[in-house]
Write a protein of this length. Structure first.
Length: 170
């Protein structure tokens, strides 16, 4: 706040192109995020890797940060250069509240988006049975190839249960 009061550039860039909003969102700090947004921070600023503040906010595990960014017009389906979306990152966070919020605000249009490694948000959320169930309930697809890849990497029984349940009863 003091820096802003003394004329600091709210959209200044760090070494890899991150803005203060990237750092505030990554830290999961809603007060900092709100202060920066209220002072003109670019909600859709991209760093050198194409990552937005929402990408980092989704990983912070704080739904309040995600909501603040979305309310200011953050692009919910912005893809980083590696193909990840905020939903990939939110699913990886393992926080079902973040994933619910992203899905309720339109991320479901990109629910089966694959990154450069062929992984979807479902792969990224595999360590959280709740996240897996949320994604499946919203229409995430899971192929045999996905299952083989998933089974080699992820051993969380709850997540595997929902994947098998979905494959059996859909």
């Amino acid at each position: 706040k003091i820096l802003l009061e003394h004329g600091a550039d709210v959209n200044a860039r760090a070494l890899l192109g991150e803005t203060p909003l990237h750092f505030g969102a990554a830290g999961g700090n809603p007060e900092v995020v709100k202060l920066l947004l209220d002072n003109g921070a670019d909600v859709n600023a991209r760093d050198e890797y194409g990552k937005t503040p929402l990408y980092w906010g989704a990983y912070s595990r704080n739904p309040e940060v995600v909501k603040l960014l979305l309310d200011k017009g953050a692009d919910i389906n912005a893809r980083a250069k590696d193909g990840w979306t905020p939903l990939h990152r939110g699913a990886q966070s393992g926080n079902p509240e973040v994933v619910k919020l992203l899905l309720s605000r339109g991320a479901d249009k990109d629910i089966n988006a694959r990154d450069k490694n062929g992984e979807t948000p479902l792969h990224k959320g595999a360590f959280s049975p709740e996240v897996v169930k949320l994604l499946l309930d919203k229409g995430a697809k899971f192929t045999r190839e996905d299952f083989e890849r998933f089974a080699k990497v992820h051993t969380k029984k709850g997540a595997l249960y929902w994947l098998l349940h979905d494959a059996t009863y859909r």
